[in-house]
Write a protein that binds this ligand. Structure first.
Ligand code: OOG
Ligand code: MG
Length: 262
């Protein structure tokens, strides 16, 4: 696809997000959009945000758990880019007023301390991790009814990313083994989703490995100091006003977001 079309689609999706207007999935008009093209659209969309002074702070992996792939009826993991404007602090109040149809899901995040590039092993990935924490991701697909039917659609839409919250409590990799930790997400104290961290790519560190491999195909790396969301362990649930959503991860503490009335 030519650069002009890529820029046009990126502008269209960016406009949908900023104006809070859901749009038809783009493969309706562009049925031949390849996965590579979709990543070019994603990159162009992030460039638009960076031009408005946002800063790239990391990446998110998506569709790394079977539950999520089945929920969205898609087959392979993808990535999106995180910017500083997407971060909410642990425990903060959050308004849904600028979002279309937000959902929230339970994640684990890594903060890296070395550049990660190419075909790394999970041991190498672990050595590049500075700290680990519990995280909540808020998704908001720009597509009508939060429905898309192909990987290129969701990749172009920056993997449905909207916001994320990292737990204030951080752990060193030597302090906790993230292979099989119980994760419970509750709304107003009522558990709504429970899973084990092993649901994330079989082992959350595999998400880092996969991200590095995916970026390699585009000659990119994960810069030191990046935040990497490893992908949801549970299904994403719709967010409701006047609720408090909390995720507790065994041995990793908790992370909370308070949803405002408006
Ligand atoms: C795509 C993003 C999936 C995850 O953690 O699996 C994702 C979507 O569900 O719209 O972020
Ligand atoms: Mg996610």
């Amino acid at each position: 696809m030519n650069t002009e079309d890529i820029a046009h689609i990126a502008g269209h999706l960016d406009q949908a997000r900023v104006s809070i207007q859901e749009v038809e999935r783009i493969t309706l008009q562009h049925p031949n959009l390849s996965l590579d093209d979709a990543y070019r659209v994603q990159k162009q969309g992030i460039a638009l945000r960076i031009a408005r002074s946002e800063k790239q702070v990391g990446y998110k992996m998506g569709l790394t758990s079977r539950a999520k792939r089945e929920q969205m009826n898609l087959t392979s993991p993808i990535y999106g880019v995180l910017t500083d404007a997407m971060q909410i602090s642990d425990g903060a109040d959050f308004s849904l007023s600028r979002l279309i149809h937000p959902r929230i899901e339970a994640e684990i995040a890594f903060i890296t301390k070395k550049d990660i590039r190419g075909k790394i092993t999970s041991d190498e990935a672990l050595q590049s991790v500075d700290s680990i924490c519990a995280a909540l991701e808020i998704l908001d697909s720009r597509y009508l009814h939060f429905k898309y039917f192909s990987l290129p659609d969701v990749v172009a839409d920056n993997a449905s990313s909207s916001h994320f919250v990292l737990s204030q409590t951080r752990f060193k990799p030597s302090e906790v083994d993230v292979a099989h930790l119980e994760m419970v997400m509750d709304v107003n104290g009522v558990p709504v989703q429970t899973a084990f961290s092993s649901a994330i790519s079989e082992h959350p560190l595999n998400s880092l490995v996969q991200l590095s491999h995916l970026l390699m195909e585009d000659d990119q790396l994960i810069p030191a100091g990046s935040i990497v969301l490893a992908g949801a362990a549970t299904l994403a649930i719709p967010m409701e006003p006047r609720t408090r959503v909390k995720l507790k991860v065994e041995n990793l503490g908790e992370v909370t977001v308070r949803v405002n009335a408006d």
